[in-house]
Design a protein around this ligand. Structure first.
Ligand SMILES: Cc1cc2nc3c(=O)[nH]c(=O)nc-3n(C[C@H](O)[C@H](O)[C@H](O)COP(=O)(O)OP(=O)(O)OC[C@H]3O[C@@H](n4cnc5c(N)ncnc54)[C@H](O)[C@@H]3O)c2cc1C
Length: 331
């Protein structure tokens, strides 16, 4: 059996972000790390977007950034300009490439497909593998996105659409999300906030086609890339153990109700790295647990959506929010 100082279970966003941070901060010069990951190859499988309210290591993996966004409802479209916090999109393929290029040069880091050959007893473990359980009746954000390309220039790539609620709600919360990467390329997502036991909501392809043809009025397009996922909008059960910390979605890094996780993962990685020498005695890292949504000043909304606001700013948002949305989101 091989022994390591640290073991990261799951080499996805959180596992690789932590390995990268430990490596560049030179915390692995005299310590060893095993990364256990089942996948055979790394390729683009997610598109991570977020307001850049704090710095992170992956500016060079950003494929597009915006200062303007809109929100649509049945009442019309509301455009918001924000120069202070750009909204950035990261291509996960570029992220994997950058991290792997860096950490594969470190002889103290080794990859494994499973834990068969590793002794887990004497190491400190960072776990990003979600625990198995029946969470179907909990609230999820589930979605499918397609990156489409059109022959003609159709999109205004200076502004992205954060949420278009002017669509079929089917007694849940439903919106479309459009990120125009250029004038003829955009990621369009259909997103639901619902329990997962209702399979009638997952006709994503039908929803996307209807939205693109009828709402965006695009007749001819080709699909370059697709992604699908379900982000838990509830905190996972975490058993506290002396030699183990959960990271990523499994570690409660998802901002409940908005699903934003990427930047929290980066901040958690920095926190762990800064405290790595005394990690067993370090206080657990938590992101703010607050309520939900918009209609205040753009800066306040962005801080709120990214868990950087204070209680007064939160109250300001909650008081201005449509009641139905608040009630639906809080249950
Ligand atoms: C399609 C999609 C789009 C998203 N978009 C955004 C976004 O725009 N903004 C945002 O902030 N968040 C977004 N998220 C949420 C979140 O940022 C991502 O899910 C992120 O990848 C979470 O990181 P993670 O490390 O917790 O999980 P993952 O990145 O999924 O990593 C977990 C890893 O564990 C591996 N694994 C699983 N089981 C085992 C096992 N038994 N043994 C070994 N390895 C195992 C998996 O192969 C995977 O590589 C998105 C999520 C999805 C699914």
């Amino acid at each position: 059996m091989k022994e390591f100082d640290y073991i990261i279970l799951g080499g996805g966003c959180a596992g690789l972000s932590l390995a990268y941070e430990l490596d560049i901060k030179k915390k692995l010069n005299d310590k060893t790390l095993a990364i256990v990951e089942t996948r055979d190859e790394y390729k683009r499988d997610k598109t991570w977007s977020f307001w850049k309210v704090t710095d992170h290591n992956f500016d060079d993996c950003v494929i597009k950034s915006w200062n303007n966004f809109s929100i649509n409802s049945k009442l019309g479209s509301h455009e918001i300009i924000n120069k202070e916090y750009p909204y950035q999109t990261i291509d996960s393929g570029l992220f994997y490439k950058k991290v792997l290029n860096e950490i594969k040069q470190n002889k103290n880091i080794q990859f494994f497909k499973n834990t068969d050959q590793i002794n887990l007893d004497n190491s400190f473990i960072f776990n990003s593998i979600p625990s198995k359980g029946d969470y179907q009746a909990n609230l999820w954000q589930h979605f499918k996105g397609i990156e489409i390309e059109t022959q003609k220039d159709i999109f205004d790539d200076e502004i992205f659409n954060l949420m278009d609620f002017d669509c079929d709600q089917r007694d849940n919360v439903h919106f479309f999300y459009t990120l125009p990467f250029s004038k003829n390329k955009a990621l369009i997502e259909t997103t639901w906030l619902s329990k997962m036991d209702d399979k009638t909501l997952t006709d994503y392809d039908v929803q996307l086609e209807k939205y693109i043809k009828e709402t965006l009025k695009i007749k001819n397009y080709k699909i370059n890339y697709q992604e699908e996922g379900a982000i838990p909008l509830f905190y996972p059960l975490i058993n506290s153990e002396k030699n183990r910390i959960n990271i990523g979605s499994a570690g409660g890094m998802t901002r409940l109700s908005t699903g934003y996780t990427f930047l929290n993962i980066q901040n958690h990685s920095k926190y762990i790295t800064n405290n790595i020498e005394k990690i067993q005695k370090t206080k657990a890292y938590h992101i703010g647990k607050k309520y939900e949504m918009f209609k205040a000043s753009s800066k306040t909304v962005i801080k709120f959506l990214s868990n950087k606001s204070n209680i007064f700013e939160d109250l300001g948002i909650i008081l201005k929010m449509p009641k139905w949305m608040f009630i639906k989101n809080i249950f």
